[in-house]
Ligand binder design. Structure first.
Ligand SMILES: [Mg+2]
Length: 107
């Protein structure tokens, strides 16, 4: 169930404008993550851009959802399962230990 404020935003601004906004927000997150990889991390700005992106992804989910999220959740679960298999395979093949990121150590 989409947040009613986000549903109202789609109704007021329209699908095209909210799609453009989603692209912009995800681009801003991409830029912040790129800066972090270059050693110029601003973790609070990254958190802000994650929030912006999640807000826009929720709107995109609403726009593209035609079956109460079943199809999106199907893809999501399948991809998480595939990721789990790949992680297990990597651990098996390379004898890697799990990397644990404490909250403050995240980049
Ligand atoms: Mg932003």
């Amino acid at each position: 169930m989409i947040n009613p404020i986000l549903r109202k935003a789609i109704a007021v601004y329209g699908v095209e404008n909210q799609t453009i906004k989603a692209i912009e927000e995800m681009s801003e997150l991409t830029k912040e993550l790129s800066k972090a990889l270059l050693g110029k991390a601003d973790n609070d700005h990254i958190r802000e851009e994650i929030a912006d992106s999640e807000i826009m992804l929720e709107q995109l989910r609403s726009i593209y959802d035609t079956d109460n999220g079943n199809r999106i959740d199907f893809f999501k679960q399948a991809k998480i399962k595939r990721l789990d298999e790949r992680v297990k395979e990597t651990l098996k093949n390379h004898d890697k230990e799990l990397v644990r990121l404490d909250e403050d150590e995240a980049i």
